[in-house]
Design a binder for this molecule. Structure first.
Ligand code: ATP
Ligand code: MG
Length: 548
């Protein structure tokens, strides 16, 4: 979706440009401010902003606050922040759908006057009952109400004379249409609910299908790009644009929604997780929200790379979450500096190393980036290694530290396992070793040492907490769950495993919030932006998913 790529939407746009139907491309991104943006929105906004960019056009940011329920300025601010973070901008073209309420109302009155809309008084139950089916048209006993009467009722609806549900305004289109959206759809309904920007000014609210095309046309949007569930609404979109006096004729084009394995991408579900404290807020590092991914350690580059790779298609599909993980892994492999961390430390005492001695070994900051340089790490008599790198009863082919054998300490000496000390419960508390002080960081010529493990000086290491994040859900396809099950039944109990007693290189204690590293042999980690002394696992070093 960069300026150079093309897709079926761009093919349509090319046609419209070639035929002279449009001159300058103008798109919009219309999020509803009732939650935080997630990676699915990201696909939509990359299409909207990216298409404008490709054609040297414009893209508006419009808060779709037509529906008065549950909107909040917290969400508006967060949406702006997330779009900027991805590198897109709307300049001064920031709008609220609700700012068009007055104009939308005027257009509705105009439809009534022109005989294209009428006030209906079917109850919601009757409405359903009279909808008809594929072989029977809908029934609407009020569609021939005289224009003056509809106009009077509509004005009184606005004035607050009637209770909710008493009347609706409906378009007069086609009760027999095979497309149910065209069977005299509701344009306005009565709702006594405070609007986050309009306060109590309105007690009638336009339906999305009426408001959205009007908003697009008023902003002179040329191409209204949206997800596939709006395809069946396109005839109504076009009807509204055609029957209302509007300054432009936008073209709606639909693309497939993004679905990702082991993930839910519905604000309603995400909100539930937040409100019920199943996760630690919208920016919990396991959330598919942009703020969650950012806190986890994802970069805009990796997310945009992912969106570019999945492409823009017309058919809905499920994308493997492994691809997203692959994108950040690939980027951090090139960019992240290497550091040492011991997640589950066990102490080694190098018996033949002087207690008061310190020496420094030089290690590379990033073998993939010569400019990253190197740093010196201190070696002392007492060091930590990871408990996983030692086995008292090793399985076959265990090449790390085991009784009576040798292992290479990464960038330093070869050590040989000696006495193993246990506590009363039989846990290993420390391991005595001897180092081959002759070879230093070199390789011995008289024997082969297979394993290499990482280590930290016990004297110099700092302490931290690490959280090993993993997928939030255990099921691949969270869209098709067995009957009687909900997504809550598939929460991964190991989606956030805390390691409380982690040893790290001393300089890591001063890492900036959000700074990212590769912990050698473990994975990629980001310093948390909320908790002072925590590192979040972004992604493991290797994944089982292989992109094509
Ligand atoms: P949700 O179901 O998460 O509440 P929504 O469609 O109600 O999503 P909006 O804020 O209305 O959320 O979405 C703004 C834009 O983002 C719309 O154009 C919508 O089509 C698009 N969008 C939302 N989710 C996805 C997705 N998973 N893939 C692609 N586009 C999406
Ligand atoms: Mg929506």
């Amino acid at each position: 979706m960069s300026e150079n790529t093309s897709n079926f939407i761009h093919d349509f746009i090319d046609e419209d440009l070639a035929s002279g139907k449009v001159e300058k491309i103008h798109t919009r991104f219309p999020p509803e401010p009732n939650g935080y943006l997630h990676i699915g929105h990201c696909k939509a906004l990359v299409i909207d902003f990216g298409t404008a960019k490709k054609y040297n056009g414009l893209c508006n940011l419009r808060m779709d606050d037509t529906n008065p329920a549950k909107e909040d300025t917290e969400f508006v601010d967060a949406i702006k922040e997330d779009i900027h973070w991805l590198g897109f901008d709307w300049d001064d073209r920031f709008y609220y759908g609700s700012d068009y309420f007055e104009k939308t109302y005027e257009l509705a009155e105009e439809l009534i006057r022109n005989g294209h809309a009428y006030v209906c008084e079917l109850t919601p139950e009757q409405f359903k009952e009279y909808r008809g089916d594929l072989t029977h048209p809908a029934i609407s006993p009020f569609r021939d109400r005289p224009m003056e009467e509809s106009l009077d009722l509509f004005r009184r609806m606005r004035a607050g004379e009637f209770p909710e549900g008493k009347y609706t305004l409906r378009a007069k289109i086609d009760l027999a249409s095979g497309n149910f959206n065209m069977r005299d759809p509701v344009l306005y309904r009565i709702r006594y609910i405070e609007h986050h920007r309009q306060g109590t000014k309105w007690c009638i609210f336009p339906m999305y299908d009426f408001a959205h095309p009007i908003q697009d046309a008023l902003e002179c949007i040329t191409h209204s790009l949206c997800s596939l569930e709006y395809e069946d609404h396109r005839p109504l979109y076009n009807w509204v644009v055609e029957h209302c006096d509007l300054p432009s004729t936008p073209r709606q084009i639909e693309f497939s929604r993004l679905n990702i394995t082991n993930t839910v991408l519905s604000k309603r579900y995400l909100r539930y997780l937040v409100e019920n404290n199943i996760v630690d807020g919208w920016d919990d590092p396991r959330m598919p929200t942009l703020c969650g991914l950012r806190r986890r350690g994802y970069t805009p580059e990796a997310i945009l790379d992912f969106i570019g790779r999945i492409g823009v298609a017309k058919a809905n599909s499920m994308v493997n979450i492994g691809l997203l993980e692959h994108c950040i892994r690939e980027e951090l492999n090139m960019k992240a500096q290497r550091r040492i961390a011991v997640l589950n430390p066990v102490k080694i005492i190098v018996d033949n190393y002087p207690a008061d001695k310190v020496e420094y070994f030089e290690v590379s900051n990033n073998p993939n980036d010569p400019e990253a340089g190197s740093r010196k790490v201190p070696f002392t008599r007492e060091i930590y290694i990871d408990a996983d790198d030692f086995s008292e009863n090793p399985p076959p082919k265990f090449f790390r530290l085991k009784p009576d054998s040798e292992v290479r300490l990464m960038g330093a000496y070869i050590i040989k396992c000696g006495e193993i000390v246990h506590d009363a419960e039989g846990n290993v508390t420390e391991i005595h070793c001897t180092a081959d002080l002759e070879t230093g960081a070199g390789t011995p010529t008289d024997r082969k040492v297979k394993g290499t493990i990482h280590w930290l000086s016990a004297e110099y290491a700092a302490d931290t907490e690490v959280i090993l994040y993993d997928r939030l859900f255990t099921e691949e396809n969270m869209n098709e769950l067995p009957e009687g099950k909900t997504y809550i039944d598939y929460l991964n109990p190991e989606s956030a495993v805390k390691c409380a007693n982690v040893k790290i290189e001393p300089a890591l204690a001063d890492a900036e919030p959000g700074e990212k590293f590769q912990f050698v042999r473990i994975g990629y980690f980001a310093k948390d932006t909320k908790n002072e002394n925590t590192f979040n696992r972004v992604v493991s070093l290797k994944g089982s998913y292989k992109p094509e």
